[in-house]
Each structure stands twice: as structure tokens, then as C-alpha cells.
Design a protein around this ligand. Sequence first.
Ligand SMILES: [Zn+2]
Length: 73
Amino acid sequence: MALVPCKECGTLNSENAEICLSCEFPIKGRSQKQLWRWVALGLALVFGLPFAVYSIDLLKAQLQPEASRPAGK
Ligand SMILES: [Zn+2]
């Protein structure tokens, strides 16, 4: 396990620590990685949600063929 010095007070913290044990300064790099995780999640939602809605619509149409067809002859 690597130790990273705090940029604020110089205390050595575990690289898994999110904040400095001494001054609670957020250790850089980790928060940025989490930011990118949220950005990726947001993009996945933006692009994945319409696709999910579309496939649910397709599934519904396949499960109920009569309902999707216009009635009457
Ligand atoms: Zn510190």
C-alpha cells in the first residue's frame, strides 16, 4: 500500500484514503476519478435511457401483438 503526502499539511496518508487523516483535506486524484465516474454514469443514463424505453416499447409490442395493431376491418 502506497503512502501519499497531503498537499495541505504533508501528513502521509494511505492512497486509499479519500481525505487527509490530519487536516481532512481531500486527497487529489481520487476525487477527480470519482467525478469522471459520475460523468460516465450521466452519459450512460442520457444515452441508455432512450434505448431502454425503446426496447421496452418493442417488448410490449411483441408481448401484445393485438394491442399494437389497429383494430377493425
Ligand atoms: Zn493534511
